[in-house]
Design a protein around this ligand. Structure first.
Ligand code: KIV
Length: 300
């Protein structure tokens, strides 16, 4: 076990009780994904309530085609980095595909690694069905669990692609049952992803746990977006439910382009980026070099 996730917890750090109180007070809950230390620091500075190290890391930071290939080892590294950047937000880590489905024992062992080795406060797993028993087992082992229904990217192939879920009455009824089962298993929160707002409006009043939406309309206790989507760091297709609140990719291209041009024009580094040497030390160095101290093999 590596351990080593030393971090400070602020006295006003988010807890499960804080989240429940926000729900009771109808105070919107803010959740965002993050995958590294500087992003975690920014999320904490803004006062975000929950930070998720999502397995969306597979796509947005590791360059995989889907979330399926990301490994526990990769997710542990990212979760540890986020942990060291957070003092206030509650840290949730996604259990990657293939790390929890086989048995309750496997789910508990993987969840324990995220808590023990990377400092996660809670874990998230996807789908209803057999995941309900996995969630219950992890909760019984003392680790808070967030459920996730609707579009669950780990099962995208089985769901027919990255598409809105619960559009038919039969599908929506199943989704509602899955969410209720996850709540009965003891989940402190459930993410609803890419479901019609009308389904959320029917489901949310049935749930006493915290309901976080992403592409699920506004009848939830809070919202989550992927860091790279909301800050405009991705290129290519963006889902309908994303709003870009910044255009950091354009700003990064501008800044990197300016750096490249400054290097090529020998305009960078400028005097203010350069270290000085005391004139007498420089003179002494010149004298030593002239005396031959820089010849190969001579050292005095
Ligand atoms: O992996 C992820 O980023 C997620 C959120 C979209 C909820 O599961």
């Amino acid at each position: 076990m590596s351990g080593g996730h030393r971090y400070r917890r602020a006295s006003k750090a988010t807890t499960l009780a804080t989240l429940a109180a926000k729900k009771a007070a109808n105070e919107p809950i803010v959740m965002v994904t993050a995958y590294d230390h500087p992003s975690a620091r920014i999320a904490d500075e803004v006062g975000v309530d929950l930070v998720l190290v999502g397995d969306s890391a597979a796509n947005v930071v590791l360059g995989y085609e889907s979330t399926v290939p990301v490994t526990v080892a990769e997710m542990l590294v990212l979760t540890g980095a986020v942990r060291r950047g957070l003092e206030s937000a509650l840290l949730v880590a996604d259990l990657p595909f293939g790390s929890y489905e086989a048995s309750d024992e496997q789910a508990v062992r993987t969840a324990q690694r995220f808590v023990k080795e990377a400092g996660a406060d809670a874990i998230k797993l996807e789908r209803g069905g057999t995941s309900v028993a996995r969630a219950r087992a992890v909760i019984q082992a003392g680790i808070p669990v967030m459920g996730h229904v609707g579009l669950t990217p780990q099962a995208a192939t089985a769901l027919g692609g990255y598409r809105v879920q619960g559009r038919t009455a039969v599908q929506a009824e199943q989704l509602i049952h899955d969410a209720l089962d996850l709540q009965s298993a003891g989940c402190f929160a459930i993410v609803l992803e890419a479901v019609p707002a009308a389904v959320t409006e029917l489901l949310a009043p049935l749930l006493s746990c915290v309901v976080i939406g992403i592409g699920a309309g506004s009848a939830t206790d809070g919202q989550v977006l992927v860091w790279h989507d909301l800050l405009g760091l991705n290129h290519g297709h963006v889902a309908k439910f994303v709003r870009r609140f910044a255009d950091l990719r354009a700003e990064a291209i501008r800044g990197l382009g300016a750096y490249a041009a400054a290097v090529r024009q020998r305009e960078f580094p400028a005097p203010e980026n350069t270290y000085l040497m005391a004139p007498e030390e420089l003179e002494a160095l010149r004298t030593r070099l002239e005396a031959g101290s820089a010849q190969p093999g001579s050292q005095n």
